[in-house]
Design a protein around this ligand. Structure first.
Ligand SMILES: Cc1cc2nc3c(=O)[nH]c(=O)nc-3n(C[C@H](O)[C@H](O)[C@H](O)COP(=O)(O)OP(=O)(O)OC[C@H]3O[C@@H](n4cnc5c(N)ncnc54)[C@H](O)[C@@H]3O)c2cc1C
Length: 374
């Protein structure tokens, strides 16, 4: 089959389906297609994260991703309430441990102050909390001081993606599953998107939302300047009765140079509790299960705040892989570029955290870019 379409979106993760929904709703007369290599949407990074709708506090306030996280989170919360998507009104505690105090305290307090400054700059509501208020917010967490950000939620990632997908399809979008994009040819007025199985879509507008593989998809279309470096984040689950000991997001205060927001207590909407993720460079984009970080490493972090935990309370859970655009731990911004105007090709590269929180705002941003580019 060779079919002419208006818009082809490569990748049916949270970002691809948020964009499909936005464009299908805005342009009912246009044919919007999503091409996804897996059997369902949202099976890759969109399912392998912490599900946090972030406030933007951890990002460089000057970055696009920080602005998109703030507006995207608010949109996602409103959307979740409308669609009955499970949501945990958790707030986020960022705390300094007693152990840090015994070891000289200095670094973690400075990191906490940096985050407070970042919050003020972005107008994010925070409260400075002492040991006593921490006890009220998270009775089992042992920490000296911290900050509390009320406007942070945890969403059911799977149901979020499914709702976006359903909305996109209801508004006329079409999804091709089990269809991997294998090559892309630039023709005069369209890009020819070749899929496994031999089908071809000729699209006037292509949006590359292929997550970890967005650099490969960009290269297929001749945009060679992008490289994605896979960085894994692993999770252990707290099982048994101790899973009920923490019902809020509790993060450590980490340095600006940290490749992640730190190993945190990560409660979910279904009542489960995880700790993670760490951050380590891995040799392949599907390196999910090999060479697992030992449980002792996670336990060492967690007992600083929850001393009653033991190794037996922790079970390996899963990992997710960040689509980093730098080979080292350096923080970078989302890249969302219109790299060709006619035919149009939009590349979304390095959509790592807070990509889930930002998805609906990314969709609006891409829509605006298309309006001005064409
Ligand atoms: C450990 C970890 C924790 C995180 N925690 C959070 C968090 O708490 N909050 C938050 O906001 N963000 C978080 N993130 C980031 C968030 O998960 C991602 O930013 C987001 O899921 C990216 O979505 P996506 O749609 O761009 O990518 P994906 O979900 O990876 O979707 C891309 C899709 O493209 C498809 N695809 C790829 N190549 C092809 C091809 N050639 N043909 C067809 N289809 C293709 C894939 O199958 C996939 O389904 C976390 C990430 C990690 C790794």
């Amino acid at each position: 089959m060779r079919k002419k379409v208006d818009i082809a979106i490569v990748g049916g993760g949270v970002v691809g389906f948020a964009i499909a929904r936005e464009l299908a709703m805005s342009y009912p007369e246009k044919k919007v297609f999503v091409v996804e290599k897996n059997a369902y949407g949202g099976m890759e990074t969109s399912a392998r994260n912490s599900g946090v709708l972030h406030s933007g506090i951890h990002q460089n306030p000057n970055f696009l991703k920080s602005k998109l996280a703030v507006s995207g989170s608010l949109k996602a919360v409103k959307y979740a309430k409308e669609k009955n998507i499970p949501l945990l009104d958790s707030g986020m505690l960022i705390v300094v441990s007693f152990r840090a105090f015994r070891n000289g305290l200095y670094r973690e307090i400075l990191d906490l102050f940096r985050l407070m400054r970042s919050a003020r700059k972005q107008g994010i509501e925070i409260k400075f909390v002492t040991r006593r208020s921490i006890k009220k917010l998270a009775p089992n967490i042992k920490a000296l001081v911290g900050i509390f950000i009320p406007a942070v939620w945890v969403i059911s990632q799977g149901e979020f993606v499914r709702a976006l997908e359903l909305d996109a399809l209801r508004n006329g979008a079409v999804a091709f599953f089990n269809s991997e994009v294998t090559s892309i040819e630039k023709l005069e007025e369209v890009y020819g998107i070749h899929m496994s199985g031999g089908n071809i879509l000729d699209a006037e507008v292509v949006i590359n939302a292929a997550g970890l593989y967005a650099d490969d998809v960009a290269h297929m279309a001749g945009f060679d300047g992008y490289t994605i470096y896979p960085w894994r984040g692993e999770y252990y689950e707290i099982v048994g009765e101790k899973r009920n000991l923490v019902r809020r997001l509790v993060y450590p205060a980490v340095s600006k140079k940290s490749p992640s927001k730190g190993i945190h207590f990560s409660p979910r909407t279904d009542g489960r509790l995880f700790i993670g993720p760490n951050a380590r460079s891995v040799p392949a984009k599907d390196y999910y299960e090999e060479d697992k970080t030992p449980v002792e490493v996670f336990l060492k972090h967690a007992i600083k705040y929850l001393p009653c935990l033991t190794k037996d309370d922790l079970v390996w859970a899963y990992s997710g892989i960040r689509a980093k655009i730098t080979p080292d731990a350096e923080e970078s911004d989302f890249i969302i570029n219109v790299d060709s105007i006619s035919p149009t090709f939009v590349n979304l590269i390095g959509i790592e955290s807070p990509g889930l929180a930002s998805a609906m705002a990314i969709a609006e941003y891409v829509h605006e870019l298309l309006k001005t580019a064409r």
